[in-house]
Design a binder for this molecule. Structure first.
Ligand code: M6R
Length: 617
């Protein structure tokens, strides 16, 4: 999970590389480096531990010549700590070849031994340096950068995107990918490579995704893609649907603050073009086919982290509407337990980045075992949709903050749309019922906007009072349970506070022992209006914890007076149907995590030890 940029063009490499790395920094931020080939054919490299700004400051103090060819890297450490020496690029034996890498080379130990035996000297503890030394040696033999990289990738095991450049090859950058992302940006007299389109969206909106096990060679006037055997590959150009400003902070204090403010439009944009006359039709499901969907007897939702909580909500809606049994599994658990799936199983992967390695491996497994595989993804050209039968894109726009917020509500929207599509195909809901649910969905953006308007300041204040809090528990029932889990995850990853989400019904089976005077418990309270509502049970749960001294913050429907006597604070949310309440209840929890982290002086966009997309297993 590193960010990679490559450039050939005019002599502005450094601007392109540093701008691209800034936009990719969400992928890893423990060190950064660049290599640039100047007009005289001299390669300069600079790499520094720490965030990108450390490198930028260093380049300001001790400039290097700019050039027309360059590669840049921002790292999330796997092999070797975050030091200057372990930062990328890494060099070949003679220092003329520079290489950057995202992923893990699993057989690096044996390759390293082979290189040591032949007299190589290592300057870092990384797996990457093995590849740099090997490609450098191949180049000395072939004098062909593409062929050299091709020979080396044939020997590598694991996941990698590699970019290389060589002093003797000005105007050439070569990339290769396996199980790790790489996208081409097509410019005018210049071309780009990046881990995702954010790397170059400032300069071009024309992009091409590179498939699995492919090699690309970019020059100023050409882009050539082949497979690992050297056979030409047909590529498909796509237009990047958002512009550079979408991945800027745009005046907000953090990307996370901006992205929370975009939650209403993330839902609205994901609905766009998918509802006709009040009925959901997902054209994207055509590659699977309505006849196949009609015969599906089981659905498995696979995802990690926040995306898995979106999946849990998807389960409630899809099961209720389509009457197909739905399981939700963490991708890494699903992949390695020999799950029972077949051609009548629909596997739905959920991933904002479309690059999460655990989910990618689970998708491949499902494909190999004949399941129909549908991806819900937010990133055009990402690997997971390319490995699936069909994709429903969420249109949340680029999500830069490590903590997922707007992507979550967009994922839930997409899953609800899939549920309503299945209900139509299988005739488990009438048109009138579908229309009623669609109307609820269409009302969500305005209601989220209301939550943002009403609760932002109050939650900010609450968070400021809680900076010394050591532990927060979250409770919810039914669709409130995934919301509780999501609230707890946000607090852990952003504010580094111990937090746990529980199904409220589970409380008496153990967790209630944690309640002591002053323990903060945030409770997601369902609406009292629904005749089948679990409201009375949740209110009883609140009373049980209050009796033991808990300090209760309730997220409850506005006007719900029944919680007032038992809650220390109430955050009101607008009225919504049962399945649609999570869209509204989750927003205060996103704000809460962000505000508490900010109040503690922490970096909300780049929490410690994390990276935005987890591209290693
Ligand atoms: O890109 P993905 O949606 O596949 O990412 C999945 C998780 O890594 C991600 O949701 C993670 O849990 C977030 N940091 C949560 O805020």
């Amino acid at each position: 999970m590193c960010g990679i940029v490559g450039y050939v063009g005019d002599s502005k490499s450094l601007e392109v590389l540093l701008g691209g790395l800034k936009r990719l920094e969400y992928r890893g931020y423990d060190s950064a480096g660049v290599a640039v080939l100047d007009a005289d054919g001299h390669m300069a490299t600079r790499k520094r531990a720490g965030k990108l700004q450390v490198l930028v400051d260093d380049l300001t103090d001790r400039p290097i010549a700019n050039g027309a060819t360059g590669i840049g890297h921002t790292r999330w450490a796997t092999h070797g700590g975050p030091t200057d020496r372990n930062a990328h690029p890494h060099l070949g034996d003679d220092g003329k070849l520079a290489l950057i890498h995202n992923g893990i080379i699993e057989n690096f130990s044996e390759l390293k031994q082979e290189l040591l035996d032949s007299g190589a000297t290592f300057t870092s503890e990384t797996d990457t340096e093995v590849a740099a030394l090997l490609v450098g040696r191949e180049y000395d033999e072939t004098h062909d950068l593409t062929e050299s990289l091709r020979r080396v990738v044939a020997r590598l095991k694991g996941a990698f995107t590699l970019l290389v450049m060589h002093e003797d090859q000005p105007g050439v950058v070569v990339g290769a990918r396996r199980n790790s992302p790489l996208v081409i940006g097509l410019g005018d007299g210049e071309n780009f490579l990046g881990s995702d389109v954010a790397a170059f969206v400032e300069f071009t909106r024309r992009a091409v995704a590179i498939g699995q096990d492919q090699i690309v060679t970019i020059r100023t006037d050409s882009v050539v893609v082949t497979d690992f055997d050297g056979n030409p590959v047909e590529t498909e150009e796509f237009e990047i649907a958002w512009d550079a400003s979408a991945s800027d902070k745009g005046g907000w204090s953090s990307f996370m603050a901006k992205e929370i403010s975009e939650e209403p439009e993330a839902v609205a944009n994901t609905l766009l073009g998918r509802v006709h006359d009040g009925i959901v039709t997902l054209k994207e499901l055509e590659p699977i086919g309505d006849d196949v969907l009609a015969g599906i007897d089981r659905i498995v939702l696979i995802a990690c982290g926040t995306a898995a909580y979106a999946g849990m909500l998807g389960k409630y809606a899809i099961e209720q509407w389509s009457r197909i049994p739905v399981d939700v599994e963490l991708s890494h658990e699903f992949r390695y337990r020999n799950p029972i799936i077949n051609e009548r199983t629909l596997v739905i992967s959920i991933s904002q980045s479309g690059e999460t390695m655990d989910t990618l491996m689970a998708v491949k497994y499902a494909m190999e075992h004949n399941a129909r595989v549908l991806s819900v993804c937010n990133t055009q050209g990402a690997t997971i949709p390319r490995e699936s039968h069909a994709v429903v894109y969420t249109h949340a726009g680029p999500e830069v903050a490590v903590a997922s917020t707007k992507a979550f509500v967009a994922q839930v929207t997409a899953l609800y749309l899939i549920g309503l599509h299945l209900a139509r195909v299988r005739e488990t809901l009438t048109d009138a019922e579908i229309r009623a649910n669609v109307a609820e969905l269409q009302a969500v953006p305005d209601k989220i906007a209301e939550v943002l308007r009403v609760s932002q300041a109050e939650i900010g204040q609450l968070a400021h009072w809680m900076t010394d809090t050591q532990s927060v528990l979250f409770l919810g029932r039914n669709v409130g349970y995934p919301v509780a889990l999501e609230g707890a995850l946000k607090l852990k990853e952003l504010a580094y506070i111990h937090a746990e989400g529980f199904a409220a019904g589970e409380l008496k089976h153990g967790p209630i022992a944690l309640i002591e005077p002053g323990q903060v418990v945030i409770v997601v309270v369902p609406s009292p209006r629904d005749p089948d509502s679990l409201h009375p049970k949740v209110v009883s749960n609140i009373q049980e914890i209050r009796a033991r001294g808990a300090r209760v913050i309730a997220i409850a429907e506005k006007g719900d007076a029944s919680v007032l006597p038992f809650a220390d604070e109430v955050i009101p949310i607008p009225l919504a149907g049962h399945l649609f309440e999570p869209f509204l209840a989750v927003v205060p929890l996103h704000i809460f995590g962000m505000e508490l982290a900010s109040a503690k002086g922490l970096d909300v966009d780049q929490p410690r030890n994390l990276a935005k997309s987890v591209t290693v297993e």
